[in-house]
Design a protein around this ligand. Sequence first.
Ligand SMILES: [Zn+2]
Length: 84
Amino acid sequence: MTEHISEQRMYELVDGAALSAGPGGELEHLDACPECRTRLEDLSDVVAGLRGLPTEATTPDGLWAGIASRRDDIAGRPGAVVQP
Ligand SMILES: [Zn+2]
């Protein structure tokens, strides 16, 4: 059996790099090595999960208005220092 597929190469494969074929290639190795197959599947699942996350965060309606209102209340108190 050939050497296990490196972690760096696993990332490349998950990013769409082609498996090397032929004798001693990655495809042959994955067919014969359950450890690398499992690692590649696990990494693919993690990356797919990360890609499914939203790229922007949203806040509940009214949250920022409430924060600004509280800040203004605090700024109005004697001795209060509010950074711009
Ligand atoms: Zn392996």
